[in-house]
Ligand binder design. Structure first.
Ligand code: NAG
Ligand code: NAG
Ligand code: NAG
Length: 456
């Protein structure tokens, strides 16, 4: 009996206020989620973060409110690629994999993730269905990626279009122009030359940069969790169009900077030297590499390109070379580009894709680890001296259950203990330089992953 009485008292005293709070929450919820989309979380509070800037050959955190940083400070990058984050964020079951990937990355002390902010053409998960026509659901997926990255203290490099056909790429833009009756050759090089297509691409850039995040309310151009914009994933032209590509980069970087002065911009180059630098083109993985219309030195020197991007794929580029020759090439490739950053470009050099076949017979894991160690050691040696080797991003990480996004260079890091350990160690070593004292690079089940690591 007593119980019943108490219950009814409880109801009288508290039922109305609780209903009130529930109503207010519902109203807030509906306001934040305009299309009654109940699947995405609402954000009321976000971590403080500083923007990333450059000071000569170093990345710095500006007005850093990061947990690790006080004033303007150098920051070195240990990061990874997961190109699939936006697409996986569109639908509910895979969305949790995105959160997991970013969380696991943070636990490994990784600080930057590079991913696609493009998906062009018809298709249920396309971001841009037609020039300037967007799928709001996919944009919300991109919003979600940003919110989750910031929650984990990770910054994102967003690539804005693909050179390759995957997810549409420049071929899709050329097709759109042809469908609109523009008289252009079907060569995908028209992407860099045709004014209609350049207009499509600029409109796309503007839509992304000015996007207001539906979950956090932050405009992308004001979002510190964005590390940089990348103009294109691995630009190349089929015919000799080096001056056209140079002009395209110059025009597009100026355009982004006119809309967004807070973020860094890079090109997305693989790093091949052009024919004009004959001495350097000897470093290329083959003669073919000088005739792709790109010129690492000339392209990267363009005003507004804040840092140079380089990829490293000895196995794809030199499929017939033996292991020793591949590793020798890799060392030379690293040394040459880092020295360009220090001595000529005076810009940070970021190795934005470093890949090696994970399960190849003959190579195997130990060859892979040797490749990764070669990269990490070169970065660390340069970083230790405050020089231009600014960091590296492995290609690419997955979480369990996302194998459909895999390729022969993909791994679930924690399934390979030797690789995992190396990645964490590199995070710890770079974080040690970043903060000036040994500090946890992240947290793993409440333990400092950096404990027990020997610092040279
Ligand atoms: C840039 O680097 C110079 C030379 O190391 C240093 O004196 C200066 O304080 C740095 N500026 C910022 C904003 O970090
Ligand atoms: C398309 O352009 C080509 C090359 O400039 C030209 O020869 C051709 O006449 C043009 N076709 C049309 C329909 O304008
Ligand atoms: C590997 O290739 C290089 C260059 O072609 C050659 O000089 C070297 O002898 C080869 N090493 C082995 C172990 O086959």
């Amino acid at each position: 009996m007593k119980k019943t009485k108490n219950n009814s008292e409880w109801r009288e005293k508290y039922a109305y206020p609780i209903l009130g709070i529930a109503t207010i929450s519902t109203i807030l919820y509906l306001n934040f989620n305009d299309q009654l989309n109940f699947e995405f979380p609402i954000i009321f509070w976000q971590k403080n973060m500083g923007f990333v800037g450059v000071n000569s050959t170093n990345f710095i955190i500006i007005n850093g409110h990061d947990d690790h940083h006080q004033d303007d400070q150098r920051v070195y990058v240990n990061g990874w690629n997961s190109y699939w984050l936006m697409e996986a964020s569109v639908w509910d079951p895979s969305r949790s994999k995105v959160s997991k990937m970013l969380k696991r990355g943070a636990q490994m002390g990784l600080n930057v993730c590079r991913t696609w902010a493009f998906s062009d053409g018809p298709g249920p998960n396309s971001l841009q269905i037609l020039p300037g026509v967007f799928n709001e659901r996919v944009l919300k997926g991109l919003d979600y990626v940003i919110v989750e990255a910031r929650k984990n203290g990770i910054r994102l490099i967003f690539s804005l279009v693909n050179n390759l056909n995957a997810f549409g790429g420049k071929a899709q833009y050329v097709k759109w122009a042809q469908d609109a009756g523009i008289n252009i050759s079907s060569s995908t090089d028209s992407f860099f030359a045709d004014s209609t297509i350049k207009g499509y691409y600029k409109a796309y850039i503007k839509a992304i940069v000015a996007r207001k995040n539906s979950l956090s309310g932050v405009i992308y151009s004001e979002e510190p969790a964005i590390f940089a914009w990348e103009l294109m994933n691995e630009p190349r032209c089929d015919s000799d169009c080096s001056s056209i590509l140079q002009a395209w980069i110059t025009e597009m970087v100026a355009y982004i900077k006119s809309l967004d002065q807070k973020h860094l911009v890079t090109i997305g180059l693989e790093g091949f030297y052009g024919p004009k630098t004959a001495e350097k083109s000897k470093v290329n993985p083959g003669e073919w590499a000088a005739s792709l219309g790109t010129d690492f030195m000339q392209n990267s020197a363009i005003d507004g390109i804040d840092f140079a991007s380089v990829h490293a794929y000895p196995d794809s580029w030199m499929p017939h070379a033996n292991t020793t020759a591949k590793l020798d090439f890799l060392q030379m490739w690293l040394d040459s580009h880092i020295s360009d950053g220090d001595n000529i470009l005076k810009k940070p050099i970021l190795f934005t894709e470093v890949g090696y076949p994970i399960n190849d017979k003959g190579g195997g894991i130990s060859y892979g680890d040797t490749s990764l160690k070669t990269v990490y050691d070169s970065i660390f040696e340069s970083a230790k001296k405050g020089q231009a080797g600014a960091g590296a991003l492995i290609w690419q990480l997955l979480v369990e259950g996302m194998e459909e996004y895999g390729d022969r260079f993909s791994l679930v890091a924690w399934e390979q203990p030797s690789t995992y350990k190396m990645m964490v160690e590199q995070s710890c070593k770079l974080s040690n330089i970043n903060t000036g004292k040994r500090k946890s690079a992240g947290e793993l089940n409440g333990k400092d992953p950096c404990s027990g690591i020997k610092y040279p």
